[in-house]
Design a binder for this molecule. Structure first.
Ligand code: NCD
Ligand code: ZN
Ligand code: ZN
Length: 363
């Protein structure tokens, strides 16, 4: 599919109480490993045909062999009948070998590379300490057209946590794009008006994902009547006007902004701790959450392009041909999801959502 291809575009049909969409993809998700994997993978595979799977396991996914093995574990964790394609990513380190990335990309194992500034977020200790150290890697990515996915925050403890994304744009991403103007970049999980403007002003090789939760919460959600660990993620939610800029970007119809949930489950115990983990588990009702936001913005007719078209066009992958449905039917999101010994609190826990995803063949 080319960027210009508009022939295969049945518009989302909102026939009153049913919303029918081309099946969406999730362009940024954490599926984890071990016991969490079967819970997380199934919930993502219910709603999405494909997903860009983050490589921040312990140890991280840095080789094509590790990515293939992880992909097999993901597929093995799914119940029979789920039609789901995990798109694998390589975790960049200071030492990563550009040949390994290129051969993994050419072999169809890696779809993209992920840049975690060292210690910026969950399981990023092995990340890149200085982008100056991976110049050869960036040059290679630019040459072969392999996308670079970016956690865009500086890590310096002197910099206020609410400013880390904006300062990353100025001090890291702008110089990288000056040095490598053809590099394909996705600025992941954007949280600021600054990022919206940066991506809008950049060339067509630069895009961004927007999460369901950053479209709904602002920074006050973390302190609503007490400390709220389940509203804590990285980058942290910002002021209300930033949330509004994200909403406007998501419903704008610009192909530079597309769906990436950053669904990032941690156990209830690890979240509700003196040093709680960052991450919001939005996979269980991801599409319902986006639909609610788009409806509030009077833009339900723009949801399909954001969820199902702009991502594959950026990645130059075919659009999905099957369709999914959401029904206007109120649902109460559970307080906690349990599987074996595992307890995980989902995004929207205890809230009512207006839409409900129809799980074809499974409900
Ligand atoms: C993610 C995680 O838990 O892996 N956490 C988060 O708050 N978003 C890491 C990340 O995407 O930065
Ligand atoms: Zn991140
Ligand atoms: Zn993430």
């Amino acid at each position: 599919m080319t960027d210009q291809d508009t022939t295969l575009r049945p518009r989302a049909e909102a026939a009153g109480d049913t919303l029918s969409l081309r099946r969406p993809d999730d362009w940024h998700v954490h599926l984890r490993d071990g016991p969490m994997l079967s819970l997380a993978a199934d919930l993502t595979a219910r709603q999405f045909a494909r997903a860009i799977v983050m490589p921040n396991l312990v140890p991280p996914v840095t080789t094509a062999a590790a990515a293939e093995a992880y992909r097999e574990r993901i597929l093995a964790a799914l119940p029979p009948g789920r039609d789901f394609t995990p798109l694998m990513t390589a975790y960049l380190t200071d030492q990563i070998d550009p040949d390994e990335l290129e051969s993994g990309f050419q072999a169809g194992v890696f779809t993209a590379c992920k840049l975690y500034p060292a210690n910026a977020t969950t399981n990023s200790a092995a990340g890149v300490t200085d982008v100056g150290k991976i110049g050869k890697v960036l040059e290679r990515l630019q040459n072969i057209g392999m996308p670079l996915l970016v956690h865009g925050e500086v890590v310096s403890p002197e910099i206020d946590i609410f400013d880390r994304e904006a300062i990353f744009l100025e001090t890291i991403l702008a110089p990288v794009l000056r040095d490598f103007p053809g590099l394909k970049v996705v600025l992941e999980h954007i949280t600021t008006e600054d990022s919206v403007r940066f991506v809008e002003a950049a060339g067509p090789n630069v895009a961004a994902t927007i999460t369901a939760h950053h479209l709904r919460i602002d920074r006050n959600a973390m302190f609503d009547g007490g400390l709220r660990p389940h509203a804590y993620c990285l980058p942290v939610a910002k002021r209300r006007h930033h949330r509004q800029a994200l909403r406007e970007a998501a419903v704008s119809g610009s192909p530079k902004f597309f769906l990436g949930t950053d669904s990032a489950p941690h156990s209830k115990h690890d979240k509700e701790s003196a040093c709680g983990c960052a991450g919001i588990f939005s996979a269980p009702t991801a599409l319902e959450s986006y639909a609610q936001t788009f409806e509030e913005e009077g833009s339900l007719d723009r949801l399909e392009a954001f969820a199902s078209e702009f991502g594959p066009r950026f990645y130059r992958l075919p659009l999905n041909t099957s369709r999914i449905r959401l029904h206007r039917k109120s649902q109460r999101v559970p307080d906690v999801l349990e599987q074996g010994d595992l307890r995980v609190v989902p995004f929207h826990a205890g809230e009512d959502l207006a839409w409900q995803f129809q799980d074809e063949g499974f409900d």
